[in-house]
Design a binder for this molecule. Structure first.
Ligand code: CP
Length: 322
């Protein structure tokens, strides 16, 4: 796919923002992974700098973005609110204005999607959502790459069943699956389903791609004929006050060996991590032969590289992508 280049900045706040680019990102991330394994880091964006603002902890997202910037020939600067004047009351708008004078892209993990939108509004460089309370779009590029590389026939006719909390990860996943034509079932208790506007967005994408978006309350019924199962923690960062109630409400929504047996015998299991082993997923499933979880974690790196390369405009003298 030929990607058009404009001088206008392009943000990635929702997976819907890159609906047109998603097939390219998946192809490019797969190619970058193959090149990296043969020793070619693919430094196609030399000299670029990224500010990585993380208001919450992160193992995968922070590390994969730092390594991705290094691979591309640039540099990532990790900034926690404690180190920034943001933590002492400087506004998000002023922070965006100033950082845009130093760096080429801002990667932001925020508590609130309203803060994400505010940063993007005032930044003159692209802003990438590294998770907020509404979406986790970069995760979904890695997830779809993980499934794409396992299904040589593509996404059409395949069914992904997500089991558990209809959280920020699911909000991006349901739209991402619909964009690429993958059927998705949310086995999610009614009280934990996503906001109506996100479901409508997913259904609009599904109508275009010829896929389906469904919800189920019974995980056992949902997983019959599933080609892949996906889960995430029941208590996300910021939901800790609700831990006891959530653990009660999600009883029966664990991916264990019994539930996996009800899916197709070649079904893959995904988890975006970190996992709470024994709660939403058992050790036996996580460490078993159907888990694609470790490739999924690795794919965060290749996905971030493809995303950064696509959003950082090329300059004269940049090595051409292969
Ligand atoms: N999946 C994910 O975003 O992991 P981290 O919180 O470790 O970045």
């Amino acid at each position: 796919m030929k990607v058009s280049v404009t001088t206008q900045k392009r943000d990635l706040l929702s997976i819907a923002d890159v609906a047109d680019l998603l097939p390219h990102l998946l192809d490019r991330a797969g190619a970058m992974r193959a090149r990296r394994r043969s020793g070619d880091l693919g430094p196609t964006r030399p000299g670029r700098n990224a500010a990585l603002i993380f208001e919450k902890p992160s193992t995968r997202t922070r590390t994969s973005f730092e390594v991705a910037m290094h691979d591309l020939g640039g540099h990532g600067i990790y900034l926690s609110p404690k180190e920034l004047q943001l933590g002492r009351g400087e506004t998000i708008a002023d922070t965006a204005r100033v950082l845009s004078r130093y760096v080429d892209v801002i990667v932001y993990r925020a508590f609130r999607s309203t803060d994400m939108a505010e940063l993007a509004r005032y930044a003159t460089v692209p802003v990438i959502n590294a998770l907020d309370d509404r979406e986790h779009p970069c995760q979904i590029v890695a997830d779809l790459l993980t499934l794409k590389e396992r299904w040589s026939g593509g996404f059409q006719g395949r069914t992904l069943v997500y089991i558990g909390d209809g959280n920020n990860v699911f909000n991006s996943l349901v739209q991402g699956a619909a964009i690429v034509g993958l059927n998705i079932v949310g086995a999610i208790p009614e009280a934990y389903r996503p906001p109506a506007d996100l479901v409508e967005s997913a259904r609009r994408f599904a109508a275009r791609s010829g896929s389906t978006v469904r919800f189920e309350s019974d995980p056992k019924a949902a997983v019959r004929d599933a080609d892949a199962l996906y889960t995430d923690v029941w208590v996300s960062m910021g939901d800790e006050a609700d831990q006891a109630r959530r653990e009660r409400d999600f009883q029966g929504y664990r991916i264990d060996e019994e539930l996996l047996r009800l899916a197709r015998s070649d079904a893959w299991v995904l988890h975006d991590l970190p996992a709470h082993r024994g709660l939403e997923i058992t050790d036996g499933v996580m460490d078993g032969p159907r888990a694609a979880i470790w490739d999924q974690a690795e794919n965060r790196l290749h996905a971030q590289k493809a995303i950064l390369e696509a959003l950082l405009p090329p300059r004269a003298g940049d090595p051409r992508p292969d």
